[in-house]
Design a protein around this ligand. Sequence first.
Ligand code: PEP
Ligand code: CO
Length: 448
Amino acid sequence: MTNQNGWTKSSWKNYTALQQPNWPDQTALEKVTKDLALLPPLVFAGEIRTLKDLLAKASKGEAFLLQGGDCSEDFSQITAPIIRETMKVLLQMAVVMAYAGGKPAIKVGRIAGQFAKPRSSDTETVNGVELPSYRGDMVNKSEFSINARTPNPKYMLKGYYLAASTLNLLRAFTRGGFAALHRVQAWNQEFVAQSPMGRSYDRLAKQIDQAIKFMNTIGITTDIPQINQTQIFTSHEALLLPYEEALTRIDSTTGDWYDCSAHMLWIGERTRQVDGAHVEFLRGVLNPIGVKIGPDYDIENIKQLIQILNPENEPGRLTLITRMGCDVIEKKLPPLLRETRKEGYHIVWNCDPMHANTYTSESGHKTRDFNDILKEITRFFEIHWAEGTIPGGVHLEMTGKNVTECVGGARNIVSEELHNRYDTTCDPRLNAEQSLEVAFQIADMIKR
Ligand code: PEP
Ligand code: CO
């Protein structure tokens, strides 16, 4: 079935798709995508539209997008405690932004489908042995053996089922009372509670608790969804196009196409070619779409991308996720804002302070410095204020676990400590305490 301008859910196949695994068995791949196409959608068109409406608010400065989670979700880490801890931190950060910052936060996880990774090289060589690169748990395994590294399409099915169980848990937690504002104090984790950030959070939680008690005292009911429930949306990089296509469905109420693998999908820095398969695929689905933009962008190219992905200039449709680097941002962000502002484009500007601030520590770990992350966020805000555009959100790699992957922060993790709890299968994440610290800093800025 074709919609306008020749798009179909498989029209991407006529374009070059970068960063795809070399699937050794095409028949097996086809079998898996057929099976996936028969399985229920993971998210629903109505929810996707709700997120788009919220993002339209973020584009006007009436809400703030908080997008975060693992760089790459690890199949073996999909357990109730780990999902719950990450969700708690997202809830805490959102409460800090709403209460201290005065703006509602739109919570979007890099979760329930963030299983595929672009890589700088197709292969990896260790001690003279060359094997395919690890491309995420939905493609192959990180262990360095020919067996583990051979792409296996069955992992896409496993990814689907794990995404479904993650979503099931998120829905239960957010609808079932766990996320009720009465419980705001209980979201503080033990190892965070002892820290300066934990104490600041506790003070804020007590104030919220008192406000709710006061409302109850004077007879205002707090038994309402705004207090008892919340919503966490899902997102991932739409990298594996056979998976995305299989989960793309027509919404029976409107006749429109939605990619029902997640509420929001983004295109990575390495796959955003205007004549590439990823742009072709995503232009045809009505989800909110993100595009990563690094410092080497070409402005005419970005304008073309905007026109292809959001021809109607619909607010909330397009989020541009800038990842410039904490120093380069001062030179690279202003012209981008000026040029797009001149055209009158509606854009949610989202700051990814992670991906251009990665380096290898003396200990040999891929890491990021908390101060660089904070610097990129602070400059992002300042540049937007100076240009008269709207800083609409932040995109973080973070976890609820007490990991030691990024240096710095209130506890000043040093490079010698990175090996203690370095658990990531891909990029280094902020731990729960560092994430909360970022939220307090952002709250300070959105309040201004
Ligand atoms: C990512 O978000 O994990 C990623 C690979 O980012 P980018 O496309 O910006 O490099
Ligand atoms: Co990453």
